[in-house]
Design a protein around this ligand. Structure first.
Ligand code: FES
Length: 100
């Protein structure tokens, strides 16, 4: 559904890989987590706590909160505002964040 704009969009060799739901996702330096996941075709990102509907990034600028994921064990992280780093563990968020 989404592709990179650059003509030569080959990903650099090396360690620029995060993990989403256990699968490796390569990214380019400077990518947000959301951009990396969308470019890899990973969607949805979460389930609504209201009706379990599937959600994915919409605004890509920190306004809509549709891109919430769990990153390295921390829930409710806005993936569009989080810069991808090698080795990140990213998971879908199911429903509302748990407290405690
Ligand atoms: S995509 Fe809208 S806040 Fe992240």
């Amino acid at each position: 559904m989404f592709t990179r704009v650059e003509r030569n969009s080959a990903l650099p060799a090396g360690g620029n890989v995060l993990h989403f739901e256990g699968s490796p996702v390569p990214f380019q330096p400077g990518d947000s987590v959301a951009a990396a996941l969308l470019a890899a075709g990973a969607s949805p990102f979460r389930e609504s706590p209201v009706d379990d509907s599937l959600r994915a990034p919409y605004c890509m600028m920190g306004v809509c909160f549709e891109c919430l994921v769990e990153i390295d064990g921390r829930q409710n992280q806005q993936s569009c505002l989080t810069t991808a780093r090698p080795g990140m563990i990213v998971k879908r968020q199911h429903g509302a964040r748990t407290l405690g």
